[in-house]
Design a protein around this ligand. Structure first.
Ligand code: KIV
Ligand code: ZN
Length: 518
């Protein structure tokens, strides 16, 4: 490996997917993994296979279908987890098992309730088992930055002796500071001589807003893998934001002695938008690199300066992160061929029935919107690609809009092909339509989350609705776009219903994850 290359280990689908309210289905995870491969990340941590049959299926699907990056699966340091992780990734061309156990006193005493000797034994057995199955094994001493450096080094050396090829040092609770992290890694290098023969990795959480700074300090101390997530999503305050770390190395390349990543930065913007759309987690407007305002200049002084000479107030070019994709691409009279071509430029090959469906939706939207941007197209195609058999919304109508309890009717195509209509009232138009859908399908669910976003700016913007519902033990999310928010809400709700019903029928648990998750 080139000593100047910093490997990018993307954990959007594992640590990122652990964020509250995110519940991606297998197709969505696959779509994101394909985009991560296009982005050029080196390793995709695809999930935690023991967590549920759904997680297992998703990791296995990604291992089988996504080419290019290493596909990693997470496993606690026990035999069942490791076997399950291996089952899920073994069909990848480049599989990895990532196993972990805590080394901090606070975790050993209160969470795991075992001894230092137990930790040594667990690490030894887990890495040995993983190495028997897979040549590429990563080991993480969880909560390392709050642990004793000597004990952590001892456990890392055990993992290296058993064949671990990457040692990852997590700042699990986002507590460390750059200089402190550097000293910790230097201490490890001193006390665990084998560390210089494997890849050292960082995994920093953002509880104090230092995740990227700490990861960067780790790289300067010798790490050559950085674990991060798109838009910085992840447990609590999230992980180091991939786009920020990658653009830091690119923008300051001249001062970094040749350090670089293999990421195709022009794909950053699109990947960020895809994550926002799939997770329903919006990006703050002023977020570095991918925020709506990251390249916008509001004040007259800044605008004036940039017009005279770009470098007066700009350190990066918007095109280098792929932001030019928001330019207008199609007008309302564009034909099927133009649509297919624009979609291809955006990286989607859509033909046959899918193209026809996308074209019909395009025309519907073009009637209401004068100009269709790349962002609209992405949202629309994402919407069409997730169509699956199950319930489908035929029509809905607000039958009585007056008063505090509007009434609605909805007609739904049932999975057996039949059609049913229901009527109901609710607290507001959206609630009335949801209840009408419940009445039509005969299914009652709990709405856990409901979010509305606009795909672009402007009064005629497409609205994007994201819902999360619970039906019995199953939870499921759905999203949809339309110029009309109530229509988008109804479509998103129907999709979530379909998914939740499928999960219930296949007995697939979704809500519960094993305890002791990082
Ligand atoms: O934060 C953490 O410690 C983790 C480990 C599993 C790497 O996510
Ligand atoms: Zn983590």
């Amino acid at each position: 490996m080139d000593p100047n290359q910093v490997l990018i280990f993307d954990t959007t689908l594992r640590d990122g997917e652990q964020s509250p309210g995110i519940a991606l289905n297998t197709e969505e995870k696959l779509e994101l993994a394909q985009q991560l491969a296009r982005l050029g990340v080196d390793i995709i941590e695809a999930g935690f296979p023991i967590a549920s049959p759904g997680d297992f299926e998703a990791v296995r699907g990604i291992a089988r279908q996504v080419e290019g990056p290493i596909i990693a699966a997470l496993a606690r340091a026990n035999a069942a987890d490791i076997d399950r992780a291996w089952e899920a990734v073994k069909d990848s061309e480049r599989p990895r098992i990532h196993t972990f156990v805590s080394t901090s006193e606070i975790h050993i005493e209160h969470q795991m309730r075992n001894s230092h000797d137990d930790v040594r034994g667990l690490a030894r057995a887990a890495v040995a088992q993983a190495r028997e199955l897979c040549e590429d094994v990563e080991f993480s001493p969880m909560d390392a930055t709050r642990a004793d450096v000597g004990f952590t080094a001892e456990v890392c050396q055990i993992a290296i002796d058993e064949g671990a090829t990457t040692i990852n040092i997590p700042d699990t609770v986002g507590y460390t500071m750059p200089e402190e992290y550097t000293r910790f890694l230097e201490g490890l290098y001193e006390a665990a001589p084998g560390l210089k023969d494997v890849i050292l990795s960082t995994h920093c959480h953002d509880d104090l807003g230092l995740a990227v700074a700490n990861s960067f300090a780790g790289v300067l101390a010798g790490a050559r893998q950085v674990e991060c997530a798109i838009n910085g999503i992840g447990e609590r305050a999230g992980n180091a934001a991939l786009e920020e770390f990658v653009m830091l190395l690119k923008t300051r390349a001249a001062d970094l002695d040749g350090l670089y990543t293999g990421v195709k930065t022009t794909e950053l913007s699109r990947t960020s938008r895809l994550v926002t759309r799939l997770t329903g987690y919006p990006v703050q407007p002023n977020k570095a690199i991918v925020g709506r305002n990251a390249f916008a200049h509001e004040s007259g002084i800044h605008q004036d300066g940039v017009l005279k000479e770009r470098s007066t107030f700009e350190i990066m070019d918007a095109t280098s992160v792929g932001l030019d994709a928001s330019q207008i691409v199609l007008g309302k009279h564009s034909g099927r061929h133009a649509l297919a071509k624009s979609l291809e430029e955006l990286g989607y090959t859509v033909d046959g029935a899918a193209l026809n469906a996308a074209f019909t939706r395009f025309k519907e939207i073009a009637d209401k919107k004068q100009q269709i941007t790349a962002l609209d197209l992405e949202a629309l195609v994402g919407d069409e690609l997730q169509q699956s058999s199950g319930f489908a919304l035929e029509s809905f109508e607000l039958t009585d809009k007056s008063g505090e309890q509007p009434r609605a009717s909805a007609t739904v195509t049932m999975p057996d092909g039949g059609s049913r209509t229901g009527e109901a009232s609710g607290d507001g138009a959206v609630d009335a339509v949801f209840h009408a859908i419940n009445a039509a399908t005969g299914i009652d669910v709990k709405l856990r989350d409901f979010r509305v976003d606009s795909v672009t700016a402007g009064q005629d913007a497409l609205g994007e609705v994201h819902v999360v519902i619970e039906r019995g033990d199953a939870s499921a999310s759905g999203r949809a776009v339309a110029t009309d928010i109530i229509e988008a809400a109804a479509r998103a709700y129907i999709r979530a219903l379909t998914l939740a019903s499928r999960r219930l029928e296949s007995d697939e648990p979704t809500a519960e994850r094993p305890t002791a998750l990082p």
